[in-house]
Design a protein around this ligand. Sequence first.
Ligand code: UDP
Length: 234
Amino acid sequence: MEPKYKRILLKLSGEALAGDKKFGLNYDVITDICRSIKKCADLGVQIGIVVGGGNFWRGRESGGMDRTRADHMGMLATTINALAIADVLESLGVEVRVQTAITMQQVAEPYIRNRAIRHLEKHRVVIFGCGTGNPFFSTDTAAALRAVEIEAEVFFKATMVDGVYDKDPHRYPDAVKYETLTYSEVLAKGLAVMDSTAATLCKDNGMSMLVFNMERPDNIYDAIMGQDVGTLIK
Ligand code: UDP
């Protein structure tokens, strides 16, 4: 069977890498996720990954700290995650490059869009660290931005719920899941699936997003094969 997509941008939240402890890195969980990514890469799908940092640090939850400094710490956290995923993917035999939006050339390549595309064309997975490189943004927005820049066909947002609901399904048992949505609906209803900056960027640039559950890592593979997982936003 042929994959539905040739080039995707996958956003992994930091939390998805932490397992039950919700903090730090759980290598069993990361290995399961990376196996699913490898299955997709082996089909020839070009994969860019933006990773969050919430398993270590979120700037907006830092209390009284200077927000810009707190966000710098958050961006460094995303880089720790990027390196961890790169290491596991490499150990599975997948070619990987890490590019960071804040230069740290001893650690990773700087983010250069055209170079990222060359890597993708050579079937290397590219992991983008440091979000957008700017404070006051999220890695969802970074993922939307990179998706548009690398001309991905779709933005996969892997989360801890199996799609978008009208209210928090962890708190309300009567929450109803949407099969499809528009960005205008997401913005008008204030649905908590992503921040409005990310939604607006996708809306203005015609980038569709598939939101699905990462607790079943094979959802990445199923989504690439065009199976019905999660909620599609257009
Ligand atoms: N961050 C930032 N600019 C960006 C992306 C991320 O300053 O463009 C910082 C911000 O402090 C954020 C943290 O990095 O809280 C981790 O990212 P995020 O909260 O999006 O991670 P996730 O919740 O997806 O794990």
